[in-house]
Write a protein that binds this ligand. Structure first.
Ligand code: MGD
Ligand code: MGD
Ligand code: SF4
Ligand code: MO
Length: 729
């Protein structure tokens, strides 16, 4: 089939690559130059094609009667008949909302759009949400209330390399988006500052000029303190505040209470490091520019929206948003994390980033869909709340899953598995037998990445093309086909298309006039221009690489300071659970690991979860490097391998979330939700550590066993060899 220019299967950097298929259909990956990756790829990108011909690939629909029995192979017709029948039965007995849908930020724009439309038009259920709720929702909510728009980066990524100072709160791009580091390295090479707030001295911090070793869950206090210093030390841009913003006075009154010594006590970041941070950002603001970025470390907290808001307030006080190489941005995570949140798979949204409870938005979208606006359901619950309600009194009884492995990636994992088991019918569309698919009644094998055409919107807001490089295995269908065929069986097939370009053209019309306006973006234009930035309201509009130069898309054209107050994590340490747990990622595994654990080179590189522990804490806990440790919270436990390191705070342990079963750290995490974004608190909860003694048979003392030998750790205290307070990295 020759060579195909496309983008990576995984994260939001969407590195450009060339796929070359040989006569036997074997595909090899090569890097391609593009502004985001500049010819770079990470190990996941290099090996992405290994999943195409993998024996682990699902290639036929699977059915079973009763959850515990074996699956049997079925034809698509039989499987779709059964799914349609279950949907009809459920809705007849329990109402339309008894069928629910969960989507994903890895789906193409076309699939995300079609899924949202399918839920509202074919199922007519309010119950749809997606895994971006766990990812982008806090930054999205904060950006919307400050700027009136939520686009991850306000400028093309290469602008970052031109700036004078960057502060990243809770992002480890050296592992999560390695080619991104080039842009940061360019800042440092030119003598600029790179400041990173993270409880760990990560691979990214190794590239930084200043490390703020923040205690998990305290970024909000840190941000208030930075604003305090900025104003007190005379760095506030009074003219900008006056001309381009509202709400400064009230915001300042809150920040005025956060003097540097108080911030040091709460966050662990020294007064000196706080002052250096502000001085460096202010110097950038006066020179080439300054940028504040957030990622999941600061966002995945029960106060994530307010934390991001406080950091946006800091950028507004320094007069950054809208200036060259300056402003606030959030580092979007999933391949289509940006587009996935714009086209209607979110519980409260319709395509074009429209609000589902806005009558004008409903009328517009209903017009495009050819239905009565009154037919469209209203807003539904957020992902975790939806999951909690599954199979419960009045809750959904049938669930369709598209592009999320929630059994591994949702907080309080054991509860999640119980809720899935309480359903009458679970239907999972996937490319492999994920932990969630393994719990299903019906598993439908769908096309992946290099087998399909479509568009993705990367972390910059640039809409790019995903191109088909190989034919899918026989027996595999695209979700566009699948949803159309299912809609047909539900009596609404005439409103759906299985052709991705047709779906995209409809998406353009549905988004027209909305905040995320794609009306002027066509596949042809993307092909010709190498990508188009939204908003792009017409064929003659050039697209919008840079936001806010002329104003903010708020009713009065001004950005809004929003006064916020610090609060502690939902769960704090105590005598029984004396250690903070935080979670995140490693380079070679992606998300729930459903895909990357099945890529041989990646599986071999990282075989199991580790638990990063400072030697002082390990010593007090009776743990040695290489031991198995059980991490126990009030909700559950998970087992990982001790990795001693001085790069983590001694009051905190870190565990990645890429594994299932007993190795799933999400059995431990806290589903406390942010009141605005409904983001769960993945990044901080209280745990104790128990050493696991492997018995002779090799089993390691699971729940209900006679009990492994354990030695609970004591409450930890930071010690001298840890650079408490902040240090030049
Ligand atoms: N290799 C790999 N790359 C990925 C992914 C993957 O799974 N694997 N997933 C993609 C997706 S969807 C996403 S969302 C991005 C995520 O990208 P990142 O946000 O960079 O990833 P995380 O590892 O979740 O978190 C980043 C850092 O937050 C720190 N942290 C923990 N708690 C706190 C806190 O309270 N405050 C602060 N300031 N920092 C804290 C952690 O120590 C960690 O180093 O990565 C994308 N890229
Ligand atoms: N403890 C902890 N938990 C976390 C996080 C954390 O930092 N800490 N991060 C959260 C974040 S930011 C995210 S984004 C979530 C991600 O977690 P998940 O939502 O579980 O994401 P993935 O593992 O990418 O799951 C995607 C699934 O869809 C399948 N798939 C791939 N392509 C397609 C497709 O085109 N169609 C369909 N139907 N399926 C497809 C994959 O095989 C996989 O099974 O995890 C969240 N959970
Ligand atoms: S950084 Fe992200 S997009 Fe680039 S190769 Fe790695 S996983 Fe793929
Ligand atoms: Mo994410």
């Amino acid at each position: 089939m020759g060579t195909t220019a496309t983008h990576c299967a995984y994260c939001a950097l969407q590195c450009a690559m060339t796929l070359t298929a040989d006569a036997g259909g074997r595909v090899t990956v090569g890097p391609r130059d593009f502004p985001t990756n500049r010819g770079g790829l990470c190990q996941k990108g290099w090996t992405a094609a290994d999943l195409l011909g993998s024996p682990e690939r699902l290639t036929t629909p699977l059915l079973r009667d009763g959850r515990s029995g074996p699956f049997r192979e079925a034809t698509w017709d039989e499987a779709l008949e059964i799914v349609a029948g279950r949907i009809r039965d459920t809705q007849r007995a329990h109402g339309r909302d008894a069928v629910a849908v969960l989507g994903g930020g890895g789906l193409t724009n076309e699939k995300a759009y079609q899924l949202g439309k399918f839920a509202r038009v074919a199922l007519r259920t309010k119950n749809i949400d997606y895994n971006g709720r766990y990812c982008m929702s806090s930054a999205a909510a904060a950006s919307n209330r400050a700027f009136g728009i939520d686009r991850g980066l306000p400028f093309p990524l290469p602008d970052l390399a031109e700036t004078g100072a960057v502060l990243i709160a809770g992002g480890n791009v050296a592992e999560t988006m390695p080619p991104f580091v080039q842009h940061l390295a360019a800042v440092v090479d030119r003598g600029g500052s790179l400041i990173i707030a993270d409880p760990r001295r990560t691979a990214t911090v190794e590239r930084a000029t200043l490390h703020l070793p923040v205690m998990p869950g305290t970024d909000l206090a840190l941000a208030l303190g930075l604003l305090h210093i900025a104003v007190a030390d005379g760095h506030a841009d009074r003219a900008y505040i006056q001309d381009r913003t509202t709400g400064f006075e009230e915001t300042w009154r809150a920040a005025a209470q956060w003097w540097p010594e108080r911030v040091e006590r709460v966050t662990g970041v020294s007064v000196l490091a706080q002052r250096a941070t502000v001085a460096q950002l202010a110097a950038g603001a006066r020179g080439r520019g300054a940028v504040v970025l957030t990622a999941r470390g600061a966002e995945q907290q029960s106060k994530g929206t307010d934390t991001v808001t406080a950091l946006i307030n800091l950028t507004l006080a320094l007069g950054l948003p809208g200036k060259p190489h300056s402003g606030f941005g959030c580092i979007t995570g999933q391949g289509n994390g940006q587009g996935g949140r714009e086209h209607g798979q979110k519980a409260d949204q319709l395509p074009g980033y429209r609000k589902i409870d806005d009558p004008a938005a409903r009328a517009h979208v209903a017009g495009v869909w050819g239905v009565d606006p009154d037919e469209l359901p209203g807003p539904g619950p957020s992902a975790y709340e939806l999951i909690e309600s599954l199979g419960a009194d009045g809750g959904p009884r049938t669930l369709l899953v598209h592009g999320t492995n929630l059994a591994v990636s949702s907080p309080r994992g054991r509860r999640v598995v119980e809720r899935l088991a309480a359903l009458d019918t679970l239907v999972v569309c996937d490319v492999v037998m994920s932990e969630t698919a393994a719990l299903a009644d019906v598993v439908l094998p769908v096309t992946q990445w290099a087998e399909e055409d479509g568009t993705m919107t990367n972390l910059e807001g640039r809409v790019i093309r995903r191109r088909r490089a190989v034919a899918p295995p026989p027996g595999v269908r695209s979700e566009l086909e699948m949803l159309t065929a299912l809609a047909d069986r539900l009596g609404r097939g005439d409103r759906f298309s299985a052709d991705p370009e047709t779906v995209f053209d409809e998406l353009r019309r549905a988004s027209a006039g909305g905040i995320a306006d794609y009306a002027g973006i066509s596949w042809d234009r993307i092909d010709a221009e190498g990508g188009v930035f939204w908003p792009c309201p017409s064929d003659t509009h050039p697209g919008t690489p840079r936001l806010f130069a002329d104003g903010f898309p708020t009713p009065d054209g001004r950005a809004r300071f929003v006064a916020v107050e610090h609060r502690p994590p939902a769960e704090d340490v105590d005598a029984d659970h004396p250690v903070y747990l935080t979670t995140g990622r490693v380079l070679q595994q992606y998300q729930s690991g459903a895909q990357t654990r099945r890529v041989p080179a990646l599986a071999a590189a990282v075989t199991e979860p580790h638990v990063e522990i400072h030697p002082d804490l390990a010593g007090r806990s009776g743990l040695a490097d290489g031991d198995l440790v059980r991490v126990v919270s009030r909700r559950g436990d998970a087992v990982g391998r001790v990795r001693l390191t001085t790069t983590i705070r001694p009051d905190t342990v870190f565990m990645p979330f890429h594994w299932g079963g007993e190795q799933a750290v999400n059995r431990v995490t806290n589903p406390a939700l942010d009141p605005i974004s409904r983001m769960p608190e993945f990044k901080v909860c209280a745990v104790r550590l128990e050493r696991v003694v492997v018995s002779q048979g090799g089993s390691c003392g699971t729940d209900g066993d006679t009990g492994p030998e354990v030695s609970p750790s004591r409450r930890s205290r930071p010690t001298a060899d840890w650079s408490e307070g902040g240090s030049a990295a």
